[in-house]
Structure formats: C-alpha cells, structure tokens
Design a protein around this ligand. Structure first.
Ligand code: SAM
Length: 376
C-alpha cells in the first residue's frame, strides 16, 4: 500500500496525489520535500512572524506542513492548487491558512523565505524569479529543493544570475537543496517571457508564457495535427483539450468559421496564452477559456468534437495515466456521433487505450513519428 503520511519536523500529515487514482502507487511528496521541510523548520522558528513564499509545491506537502506560518503559494497548476486545498481539508486545516496565487498573479513581498520546488521547465523558474525581484530583500533566504536528477547545473546557474551566490547541500536520499543569498549588485536582465513567434505560413503571431508546452517554437507533433485538422460544419461545439498555447483550437477555428471552441488546460499560463493568441487572431469571435483538470465536471453529451494532443507526464512523473483519463472523460462529454481526435507518438499505443472506451478507432494519418486517430 502507498504511504500517505509524511512525517517531518513540523509533524505528521496525510497527503494524497491528485487526481485520485484507484490503485495509486506513488506518494504525494518526495525526498526533496522532506529534506526542505526538515531543513527550514528551525530557521523559520527563529524569525518572528516569518513571511514565507512557496513556489511550485507538487501536491501541497510544503503548504500543509508550513500552514502555521500562513504561507503564500504560487503554482501554475490547477491540479496542484486543488491538491493543496484538498490536503489541507484532509488534515482539518482551514483553507485560509494558505494563500494560493496562480503563476500570473504574484504576491507582493518582501519575504523572509522563498522555498522553491524545482520546476520541470527552467523557463518557468527564470520567469518567476525575474518577476519576483521585488519580493527579495537582502535577508531573504531562497532555497530550491529537488531530486538530484531534476536539478541540472542550469538550475543553480539561474539562481546565481537572478538571486545571488549559491551553496549546495549534500545529497540526501537522492535529493538536494541549493541555498541562494540575494546579491545587492545583481543585474537582472529583461524578462524573456512571454516568447512570441510568427506561425509558419500564416499571419498569426503566437505568444507563449514561460511554462507553456513548446513555448519557443511549433512542436513537430502539433504541426502534424494542424496539417490534418478537419473542416466540416457538423462540428459545432468543439473542445481543445490540453490546449497549451491554443494553436490546435485556433487553426481549427480558422478552418471552421461557425464552430465554438472551448480551450481547456490545467496550466494557468497555457490558458492565458491560448486566450491571448485566439483574441489576437480573431477580432470578434467568441470562445471559452477554462483552467481545470481535463473534462472533470463537464456537461455530458454536449460536444461534437474533442481535439487532443495529450500530456505524457504529470510534473516529473512520466506516464499515460492523464491521457487515458482524458479519453475516458471525452467519451462521456461527446454527443452521440461525436468524435475524439488524438495525436500521439507511434510508440505510445493510444489506439489500444481508446478501444477500451470507444467502439470504433480509426487511423486518420501517420508519418514516421506520429499517428492521428479518430475514436467514436
Ligand atoms: N495542445 C497543445 C499542442 O498541441 O501544442 C499542447 C499539448 S501538450 C502535449 C499537453 C497539454 O496538456 C499541456 O499544455 C498540459 O498543460 C496539459 N495538461 C496536462 N494535464 C492536464 C489536465 N489534467 N487537464 C488539462 N490539461 C492538462
């Protein structure tokens, strides 16, 4: 059975991963969370009314353990925020003990502690640290925690550049901490994010926030999907599921002037980018932009077409569990006759997963690397 109780200096707390899976084998925290919490306990106690900022908590382990100091928490993940709220409730803690901020709406400082769980995307770390300069005082203790395999040299180099001198801890259970001290002389470059480019063979200018999938350039899988999107008036209500910067829904909308598109992603930065890109492309066309966990609580039998380039990881955990859940949910939101179009790497074997939920699965297009399938 998976352990759901974390025991650290601050106490013992129950923590679950989200979305809840029946036979979950992974814990909702890792050795880096434990290391960081044990390390900061006495340091936080030594300061009266400490102001603590947590960035990129996975499922709320840091927020729950540090609830007593009423931390501010920044995350780009809707699921992570949901997990934080649910895990607070699971431990009979008031939701107000933690202030949640999405990645585009940062709290004002200064903070005594900035505790960062190493993000998957270095760009996200760069962007957040650049925008948080006002939250750093000369005495702010900045600590980043991660599993050694998720902390390449570029992580501490980014801290050195945007905060100041760094000192690494020794590795414990394959986790490491890096301490950074703000350097009053640091020269912070202009923020490189959002990143904008002209979409090839179109007039569309695409801008992406830092944590968006393939934010620097058009992904080759997405390009293949764009080249094969359908054009048909039968698709009226359409969902771009896991929309990222919204390119799939945007190009579909251009081909299908009467369709109404709902853009859905669990990343706040993705949904904001999709909205900005769509509104820039179309002056007077309405669409919906929703930050949520896939199609959870979506109206059943309401959609003609779901377009999906599924994620193949959740935070640092690789797997097709989120994709498979998206397929299952898509089945219930589609009207009779509705279709799910999925693009994926050939080796991911999405056809077999789709056959569990749909009576027909057809191969629509393929190249050396990708396949596009229609399930209905
Ligand atoms: N549709 C974009 C494209 O084709 O370029 C992005 C595809 S990217 C492979 C997968 C997207 O799914 C990411 O933007 C990710 O944030 C989003 N995602 C991951 N888990 C999700 C979830 N549970 N609910 C909604 N979106 C999710």
């Amino acid at each position: 059975m998976t352990d759901t109780y974390i025991q650290i200096t601050q106490g013992k707390f129950q923590l679950l991963r989200f979305p809840i899976e029946k036979h979950e084998r992974l814990r909702a925290w890792d050795a880096a969370d434990e290391y960081l919490l044990n390390d900061v306990a006495a340091k936080i106690d030594a300061i009266e009314n400490p102001r603590v900022l947590i960035i990129n908590d996975s499922f709320g382990a840091l927020a729950v353990a540090l609830h007593a100091v009423k931390p501010c928490c920044i995350s780009d993940s809707f699921i992570s925020q949901l997990a934080t709220s649910e895990n607070l409730a699971l431990n009979q803690l008031e939701s107000e003990t933690v202030q949640l901020f999405n990645s585009l709406d940062l709290p004002s400082g200064p903070f005594d502690f900035i505790l960062i769980k190493a993000p998957k995307t270095l760009a996200f770390l760069e962007d957040i640290l650049t925008r948080l300069q006002g939250a750093l005082s000369p005495d702010t203790q900045v600590i980043i925690a991660g599993m050694v395999k998720n902390m390449p040299a570029s992580v501490w180099q980014t801290l050195e550049r945007l905060v100041g001198k760094t000192v690494p801890s020794k590795a414990v259970k394959k986790a490491r901490l890096i301490y950074a001290t703000p350097d009053a002389q640091r020269i912070v470059p202009t923020n490189a994010y959002p990143v904008c480019y002209q979409l090839e063979n179109t007039e569309y200018r695409i801008c992406n926030h830092a944590n968006v999938f393939s934010h620097q350039r058009l992904d080759i899988g997405t390009r293949f999907f764009l080249d094969n999107l359908p054009e048909d008036n039968k698709y009226q209500q359409v969902v771009d599921l896991g929309c990222g910067n919204g390119l799939v829904g945007l190009i579909f909308a251009a081909k299908n002037p009467k369709a109404h598109i709902q853009f859905i992603d669990e990343s706040f930065m993705a949904v904001a980018s999709a909205q900005q890109n769509f509104e820039h492309a179309f002056d007077d066309r309405s669409a919906s932009f929703i930050t949520r966990d896939a199609l959870t609580n979506f109206e059943p039998d309401s959609v003609d077409l779901v377009l999906c380039n599924p994620p193949f990881h959740q935070q640092n955990t690789i797997g097709n569990h989120i994709a498979v859940r998206m397929f299952k949910q898509a089945k219930s939101v589609l009207r009779t006759g509705g279709e799910l179009w999925v693009i994926g790497n050939r080796h991911l074997g999405y056809q077999a997963s789709l056959q569990k939920y749909f009576s027909k699965v057809e191969l629509l297009a393929s190249n050396a690397k990708f396949i596009i399938v229609k399930a209905f």
